[in-house]
Design a protein around this ligand. Sequence first.
Ligand code: HEC
Ligand code: HEC
Length: 204
Amino acid sequence: MICGGKPLDRDEPEGTNPAYPASGKQSGATTWRCKECHGWDYRGKDGVYSGGSHFTGIIGIQGAQGQPEEYIMRTLRNEQHPYTPEMISDVELTRIAAFVSRGQIDMTTFMDTETRKVNAGNASRGREVFQTTCAACHGFDGRMLDWGNGDESNFVGTEAVDVPDEVMHKVLSAHPGVQMINLRAFPLQDAIDLMAYAATLPTE
Ligand code: HEC
Ligand code: HEC
């Protein structure tokens, strides 16, 4: 089955990350996620998480772009990042460091940070990309997989409208623990066009 995997094939960390700011509103396992402090748009307090329930006041990771991977790996073992090798091994850390150094994109090229809405891209070209790649698993209208809970459905369309920065991150980096493709080998414009189309798909 392609659903239901776990990030790094491991159980979630127990308890709140001791490095998570006391002023933050989140608690528990989510406080270990990079995005909780730095945002899906990689811009921390200067991006989508500049306010609201995910605000921490922590900077983004864009300043680390182009830094040597060894340097980034050391950062990810410092007191602000109390990940043990059992939680993230050195080998796994090299991949995260490669992403930080070379994999970030500027989300403001297709999304308004204030409204968190897609505001660029060619939806008809995006339709071609979606229908020939994503649709195989997510269905032609994005509703074949539903990761919502209870009565609330969560489809590609729902997330593209609500959290396009998260969807873009997954389009370029896939989804942890499941078999999903990514569009890294294609021009970034294809992913931007895809976002414009995904935001037109049914949300419920
Ligand atoms: C609990 C909050 C928290 C989490 C979770 C977190 N970080 Fe950080 N991170 C910080 C803080 C605080 C800093 C230091 C910011 C400063 O210097 O002002 C930082 C700094 C960084 C920097 C250096 C940025 C720079 O320009 O110097 C990178 C890169 C980074 N984090 C990557 C990550 C990655 C990748 C993850 C997930 C594996 C992660 N962080 C998870 C809080 C967090
Ligand atoms: C080979 C199958 C496959 C393909 C192709 C695929 N996905 Fe996925 N995708 C998945 C699976 C499986 C999940 C996990 C769903 C779950 O958690 O129930 C997922 C998750 C996601 C999620 C995030 C769910 C969450 O929890 O936030 C998004 C967004 C997404 N896919 C978008 C896309 C887009 C856009 C494309 C095309 C570029 C795509 N996927 C292509 C299998 C696929």
